[in-house]
Write a new protein. Structure first.
Length: 283
């Protein structure tokens, strides 16, 4: 069913820059999302091992206890038909259409896993830095391809977002102007002095919830200390009237990585390689 927003919800978004729609997707749909997330994880890690080359889609880290944690995989939509369909689901698109007053066009798709690995993954070029994300807004990245600051980002929670799982932390109302950023070792961050880095509020929500936020909204997330994954399927859309080209942001990376993934599949099919990585199971 389409998730029509009320006038009160639209006012809340305009004032705070974000909106949470709890449990928009049911338990069966969440199970399918998790299954697809595991499939993508196995594909990217096994293809990296088979080709002795770390996939450009993969962001994997080594945290303080020497444990490997998959931070994110990007882009994602060409790897899962189910997740590609999610990006067009009315429960996601209809609220964005109301907020934009225009047709939302998909331009970014990534899966933020924060998924702890039970054993280190051999052959990975793993940065020794935790899985947190800096205090930033998404437009600090999207402006490089001239996407408009009227674009929207959204996230579907595959797992319950709890205090210890490294949930989104947002600075309500920070979407009303762009704050300049600087480069850090794990991404872009708002310049010191422009915002209280110790402020913000955690977005805690059950699995299946939708979180829609303005691309100028300042947010981050802390390290996941729960021992379980905190998977968020993140999509970003721009208003159709901006008239941008197709897949400008993620297209080059997709084209660069696809031949290696097909080479991995060929090696599997002819018996030159057998999968060595299996997605961890969490009860």
């Amino acid at each position: 069913m389409a998730a029509e927003l009320s006038a009160e919800q639209l006012d809340q978004f305009n004032e705070q820059g974000f909106l949470v729609l709890p449990e928009a997707f049911d338990a069966d749909e969440v199970r399918c999302m998790r299954k697809e997330a595991d499939h993508v994880l196995e594909l990217i890690l096994n293809s990296s091992i088979a080709n002795q080359r770390q996939s450009g889609r993969l962001d994997i880290r080594e945290i303080a206890n020497s444990q490997h944690i998959v931070r994110k995989i990007q882009p994602i939509n060409d790897l899962s038909l189910f997740l590609a369909k999610m990006s067009r689901d009315a429960r996601l698109v209809t609220p964005m259409q109301q907020i934009m007053n225009d047709e939302p066009i998909l331009m970014e798709k990534k899966l933020n896993y924060k998924d702890p690995m039970p054993v280190p993954i051999e052959g990975m070029d793993v940065g020794k830095i935790d899985d947190r994300f800096p205090v930033h807004n998404d437009w600090a990245y999207y402006r490089a391809q001239n996407y408009p600051h009227t674009s929207l980002s959204s996230a579907i929670s595959m797992d319950e977002c709890t205090v210890d799982s490294g949930p989104f932390r947002v600075w309500p109302g920070s979407h009303k102007e762009h704050l300049e950023h600087e480069g850090m070792d794990n991404g872009l961050q708002v310049l010191p002095g422009l915002i209280d880095f110790d402020g913000g509020e955690d977005v805690l929500a059950p699995a299946g919830s939708v979180f829609i936020f303005h691309v100028l909204l300042v947010h981050n997330s802390m390290a996941n200390t729960s021992g379980r994954p905190r998977r968020l399927m993140i999509y970003s859309h721009y208003p159709k009237q901006a008239d941008k080209g197709f897949d400008v942001r993620n297209g080059p990376g997709r084209l660069r990585e696809s031949p290696y993934e097909w080479e991995y599949q060929r090696k599997k099919d002819c018996g030159e390689f057998q999968d060595v990585f299996k997605a961890p199971v969490f009860n």
